[in-house]
Design a protein around this ligand. Structure first.
Ligand SMILES: C[S@@+](CC[C@H](N)C(=O)[O-])C[C@H]1O[C@@H](n2cnc3c(N)ncnc32)[C@H](O)[C@@H]1O
Length: 292
């Protein structure tokens, strides 16, 4: 029995309906207000979610870059391996894996829904190709510039200092959510490239997660909260349901609950990361700092 916390959802709510009807056979790892996290394989859970029921998906899949290489962390040589989950199974098997979850995501998105996928060159071209193959319409490829990226040790090529985040909508003709005014006129003090009251561009300068974001432990691929806050602010509205199939330390869950009135479904295969996500979600619930 893996239910840790149970609260009642609005019984007539769409979110509650999805959970009670289609996911009843799975015990959530965490159920906290309008946040639910499953400690399962996402391929399993995605199959059980009703067609056209989700407003927005943020996916941060394995980058398949754990190849025994080295990088530099805090001035020291460090192995790049993040875990077995991040090892490539070879190009063909990786492609099948990405295609399976991307097509499952398409099935559960509403026609006007959008999907974000983050990655480096190890995986992002495959994901971009598969988005197009699955009839998604690409809206933007965001460059997430990391101003504090680690130096390159080999000195034989350029220092990797960005990731790419693709944003695509399910149907070319449907009207997706884009909160243009908030992106243009909102406050983004973390980003040295964003000029006040001018259009948000597709290069975002955001540093790695701050120490306080790692208070409860580290995830080797944890995304900065500022990045997820921006993504959710840009592409969702009140009462939307956001899903993250590879939710790791729960950054998307925390960003959703800070923004309020967004429901969240997260899936994470590794129990230790579910524990970390749970601690972060509980802390957010008990602190009173929303950003609205
Ligand atoms: C790149 S990390 C996501 C990090 C997350 N965005 C964060 O901020 O913490 C990918 C995560 O996917 C998980 N994972 C890998 N394969 C999975 C699968 N089939 N189903 C669900 N989770 C999976 C890994 O355990 C890992 O935590």
């Amino acid at each position: 029995m893996r239910i840790l916390i149970t609260v009642c959802f609005d019984p007539i709510g769409h979110f509650a309906a999805i959970l009670s009807a289609s996911l009843a056979e799975y015990n959530p790892f965490l159920t906290l207000k309008n946040t639910v996290i499953f400690n399962e394989d996402c391929l399993e859970i995605l199959r059980s979610i009703p067609e056209a029921s989700i407003d927005m998906i943020f996916a941060d899949p394995p980058y398949m870059l754990s190849n025994n290489g080295f990088s530099c962390q805090n001035g020291k040589r460090a192995n790049v391996n993040k875990g077995d989950w991040d090892k490539s199974r070879g190009f063909e098997k990786d492609t099948i894996f990405h295609n399976t979850w991307i097509s499952a995501c398409r099935h559960i998105l509403k026609p006007e829904g959008t999907i974000w996928i983050s990655g480096t060159y190890h995986s992002i071209y495959q994901c971009g190709y598969l988005l197009q193959k699955n009839n998604f319409h690409i809206l933007n490829d965001i460059t997430w510039l990391k101003p504090n990226a680690s130096p390159n040790l080999s000195c034989r090529f350029f220092t990797a200092s960005h990731e790419t985040i693709l944003w695509a909508r399910k149907e070319k003709k449907a009207k997706h959510t884009f909160n243009y005014d908030i992106m243009k006129n909102g406050s983004f003090p973390e980003d040295k490239l964003k000029k006040e009251n001018s259009q948000m561009r597709s290069v975002w300068s955001i540093t790695a997660p701050r120490n306080e974001e790692k208070e409860y432990g580290k995830h080797p691929a944890q995304k900065p909260l500022d990045l997820l806050k921006r993504i959710i602010l840009a592409s969702t509205k009140e009462d939307d349901i956001v899903l993250d199939p590879f939710c790791g330390s729960g950054t998307t869950a925390v960003a959703c609950s800070l923004l309020k009135n967004r429901s969240f479904i997260g899936i994470e295969i590794d129990k230790k990361y579910c524990e970390l996500a749970k601690k972060r979600c509980l802390q957010t619930l008990h602190s009173d700092f929303g950003f609205f």
